[in-house]
Design a protein around this ligand. Structure first.
Ligand code: 4NP
Length: 150
């Protein structure tokens, strides 16, 4: 069982969307039982708050409704627990490296290696965010299947 955590700044828009999309992809491919998917924030700003309504609306519009979520902060103690720690943008990666101090297992990666998932909290473009996260999750899943030999 591999454990993946998606991480963004507030854990109310991008990373809970990634968590829900990844769970949906795993369900569709019959691999749900092989992975644990979670999401966390790099900041305490939204701690305890539910997924942002426009992010939730977008997921429901795309047929994804089987999720419940409240913002939680990523802590250094959980570094060992996860196998893959996936940030949405360079700022998330920078914050994660500060939190863990030393990514000695090279677990911290960006969802799109050469591209930042812009924050829809600021862009208000939840459709583009959805499409970019879905594409990133599909590529990640392909990579996981290769790596983990599923
Ligand atoms: P997220 O978006 O990092 O995609 O969850 C944000 C949500 C809230 C804030 C920033 C980003 N905020 O500053 O409250």
């Amino acid at each position: 069982m591999k454990k993946i955590v998606f991480v963004c700044l507030g854990n109310i828009c991008r990373s809970p969307m990634a968590e829900a999309i990844m769970n949906q992809l795993l369900e569709e491919s019959g691999l749900k039982s092989k992975f644990i998917i979670e999401s966390r924030a790099t900041s305490k700003e939204e701690e305890g708050n539910p997924i942002y309504p426009l992010a939730k609306e977008k997921l429901i519009e795309k047929g994804i409704s089987n999720f419940s979520h409240y913002s939680q902060v990523f802590t250094k103690e959980k570094y060992e627990y996860y196998d893959y720690i996936i940030g949405m943008d360079d700022k998330n990666i920078h914050s994660l490296l500060q939190i863990v101090e030393n990514d000695w297992n090279k677990k911290i990666k960006k969802l799109h290696p050469n591209h930042n998932i812009l924050d829809p909290w600021y862009t208000r473009d939840f459709e583009t965010t959805y499409q970019e996260i879905e594409k990133g999750c599909r590529l990640l899943l392909e990579d996981l299947i290769k790596r983990e030999g599923e």
